[in-house]
Design a protein around this ligand. Structure first.
Ligand code: SF4
Ligand code: SF4
Length: 532
C-alpha cells in the first residue's frame, strides 16, 4: 500500500485556503487513492441493477443512459415524497457552519466539499433548482444549479467520501443528518448504475450464499469447526457448535468477517467459549450467516432484502429471539430501520436472558439483543468467573463504533465489560468518544484498498486520539465492536500510530473467562504467552 502513498507528515500538509473559483465551478479530479472502483459487471447483473456495464469513475465517459437526468430527477421526486425527513433536511439548513469542521474527511483532507454543510449543498442546490419555486424562477440567485454530468460526478466523488457516520448530526442545532442525505444521493446514483465494488460485491455475495464473503454453508460449518478445535487446544474443552438447530431458544448472528479474518477470529473464539460456558441453548444459521448489511450503503430496498433473511431464518428455525454479535451496520439497520423494513418481528418473543432472567425491554420490537448488553448483564449478575490479569499484556482503550454508539446509545455496556475483563483501561479524549466518536474512516463501504489515501485521511482524527492515549498512558490495544473497524483500524494505526493493536471486546472476554474444567491457560486466544 505504501509505494505511492505520501508519508504521514506530507499527507497532513493540507492547504486550507479556499479555491479561487466558487464551489459551483470546481469539479473533482478522480485521483488514484481517493475514490473507489465501480462494481464488476457480474455483480451488477446478479443484483439486477440498472444500467449494467463495464465502466470506471476515472473514465471520461460514464456510459450513462440517454435519459439519465430524467431518471435522477424523477427518483428525487419520489424520495422527497417518500421521506419527509429528506425534504426537511434539504429545506431547513441555515448554513450556520456548526457541522463544518466535525467531519473526519474534512479534518483529514481540508477539502471544503467534505464539510457536511457543503456536501449536502451539492445535492441541495439541485433540489432547489428543480423542486422549489425560488430555484425554478431565479436559478443560481436562489442557490439552485443545473444537474449536469459534472454535478453527477461530483455527487459520486463526495457522497462516496462520507462514511454515513452521523457525527455531523450531533452538532447540528436542527438535527440535520447529512448521513441520510448521503443515503439519498447514493440511491439516486444507483438509479443510473453508479455504484462501487466494495458495496455491491458483498451485497451480491450475500444474496448468493447468505454472507458478504461468499462463503457457502459447508465452508461456514468447516471454519466454525476449526474454531472449536482451536479452543480445545487452548483450554482442553470441546465447545458445542450448534448450526441450523431447529427449536433452539436463540439464533446467534455475527458478521462473516468474524469467522474468516484477523483479528475478528479471536472475537469468534470468545463468543463460542462464552456460550458454551453458560450452557446457552442457541444456534448459528448456515444460511443467515451474516450480520452486516451492505445494502444499507446502496438503497433502502437492498438493505431491506438483506435484513429480511435474518428474520426468515429465525422463523424457519423456530427460535424465541435473536442475539447479534459485534457488528456495526447490522445494528444501525436493526435499530433504526428494521421496523419499517421488515418488522415488527411479532412472531418472536420479547427477549429474556435464560441465564439471569433479565428482560431486554429495549428490544421489544426488534427482538434482537446486542451481545454487549447480553454479556454485561451476565457479568452484572456474577454469572461469569473472570481472570482479568490474563489481559495484562494490554493497556486498553475503547473505540465506539459509530453505529452501535451513535445510533444505539451503547456506551456503557462495552466499557463495563472491558473494565471487568481487563485491569488497564483508559478513555480517549471526551470529544472523540461515545456519541461524539470519530469514525474509522472506512465505514459505509469505503474500506476498499484503492481508496487508501482517503481512508487514511478520514481515519486521521481517530488515530490522533489513539496516539494521545498511547503517549499519555502507554495504550497498546484498541477494543471495538464492529467488523469494519477490525478490518480498517489495523492499517490505519500502522500508518499513524504504530504499535497499537485491535481486538474485539469478546476476544478480551474469551481471554479472561475461566471455564469449568479448563486446563491451565498458557497463552491468550492469539496463541501469545500469557503475561508477556
Ligand atoms: S455523516 Fe460522517 S462522514 Fe458523512 S458528512 Fe457527516 S461526519 Fe462526515
Ligand atoms: S450545523 Fe446544521 S444547520 Fe448548521 S450548517 Fe450544518 S447542517 Fe446546516
Amino acid at each position: 500500500m505504501a509505494e505511492e502513498l505520501k508519508k504521514p507528515d506530507d499527507l497532513l500538509d493540507i492547504n486550507l485556503s479556499p479555491p479561487a473559483q466558487g464551489w459551483m465551478e470546481t469539479t473533482p479530479t478522480f485521483r488514484k487513492g481517493t475514490y473507489c472502483y465501480s462494481a464488476p459487471l457480474k455483480h451488477q447483473q446478479y443484483l439486477e441493477l440498472p444500467n449494467q456495464r463495464e465502466w470506471q469513475p476515472h473514465d471520461a465517459d460514464w456510459k450513462l443512459p440517454a435519459n439519465w437526468k430524467e431518471i435522477i430527477l424523477d427518483g428525487m421526486e419520489k424520495l422527497l415524497k417518500k421521506h419527509r425527513s429528506f425534504r426537511l433536511f434539504l429545506d431547513i439548513c441555515v448554513r450556520c457552519g456548526a457541522c463544518a469542521d466535525k467531519c473526519h474527511f474534512f479534518i483529514g483532507s481540508g477539502d471544503p466539499k467534505n464539510m457536511p454543510v457543503l456536501r449536502a449543498e451539492l445535492l441541495r442546490s439541485v433540489y432547489r433548482r428543480y423542486f422549489t419555486l425560488g430555484g425554478k424562477l431565479f436559478g443560481k440567485l436562489a442557490g439552485g444549479r443545473e444537474l449536469t454530468v459534472d454535478v453527477l460526478k461530483e455527487w459520486f466523488y463526495y457522497f462516496f467520501q462520507c462514511t454515513e457516520c452521523r457525527r455531523c448530526s450531533v452538532y447540528c442545532p436542527f438535527g440535520i443528518d447529512t448521513c441520510e442525505i448521503t443515503m439519498m444521493a447514493r440511491e439516486l446514483l444507483n438509479l443510473v448504475g453508479c455504484n462501487i465494488q466494495w458495496v455491491i460485491e458483498p451485497a451480491s455475495n450475500c444474496f448468493r450464499t447468505g454472507n458478504h464473503l461468499g462463503v457457502p454453508p459447508h465452508a461456514f460449518k468447516k471454519t466454525l469447526e476449526f474454531a472449536v478445535d482451536e479452543i480445545e487446544d487452548l483450554t482442553g474443552i470441546r465447545v458445542d457448535l450448534p448450526i441450523n438447530k431447529k427449536g433452539a431458544e436463540i439464533l446467534f448472528i455475527a458478521p462473516s468477517a468474524d469467522y474468516f479474518a484477523s483479528p475478528h477470529w479471536f472475537t469468534l473464539l470468545g463468543y463460542l467459549m462464552l456460550f458454551h460456558e453458560i450452557g446457552l441453548d442457541y444456534t448459528w444459521s448456515a444460511y443467515a450467516s451474516e450480520g452486516g448489511n451492505f445494502g444499507l450503503f446502496h438503497s433502502m430496498e437492498l438493505a431491506k432484502r438483506l435484513n429480511d433473511k435474518i428474520y426468515a431464518e429465525a422463523k424457519r428455525l423456530g427460535v424465541k429471539w435473536i442475539l447479534g454479535g459485534e457488528c456495526g451496520h447490522m445494528w444501525r439497520t436493526i435499530h433504526q430501520y428494521m421496523d419499517t423494513f421488515n418488522g415488527p418481528a411479532d412472531f418472536l418473543e420479547e427477549p429474556v436472558s435464560p441465564i439471569t432472567g433479565t428482560r431486554f425491554e429495549n428490544t421489544k420490537s426488534t427482538k434482537m439483543v446486542h451481545i454487549a448488553e447480553f454479556t454485561a448483564d451476565l457479568i452484572k449478575h456474577n454469572k461469569l468467573k473472570l481472570a482479568p490479569h490474563r489481559n495484562d499484556k494490554w493497556k486498553v482503550t475503547f473505540h465506539d463504533s459509530c453505529n452501535p454508539a451513535r445510533a444505539m446509545g451503547l456506551f456503557e455496556e462495552p466499557r463495563f465489560i472491558i473494565n471487568n475483563v481487563c485491569n488497564s483501561f483508559y478513555e480517549m479524549p471526551e470529544n472523540t468518544i461515545k456519541e461524539r466518536t470519530f469514525c474509522c474512516g472506512s465505514g459505509a463501504g469505503l474500506g476498499a484498498d484503492e481508496n487508501i489515501e482517503m481512508r487514511l485521511r478520514g481515519g486521521f482524527p481517530r488515530a490522533n486520539a489513539v496516539k494521545y492515549v498511547k503517549e499519555t498512558y502507554g495504550v497498546n490495544m484498541v477494543a471495538c465492536m464492529c467488523a469494519i473497524d477490525k478490518a480498517s483500524l489495523p492499517p490505519l494505526f500502522e500508518y499513524w500510530v504504530p504499535g497499537v493493536e485491535v481486538a474485539g471486546v469478546h476476544e478480551l472476554v474469551g481471554n479472561a473467562l475461566v471455564m469449568k474444567g479448563e486446563t491451565e491457560r498458557k497463552t491468550n486466544l492469539r496463541g501469545e504467552p500469557l503475561g508477556e
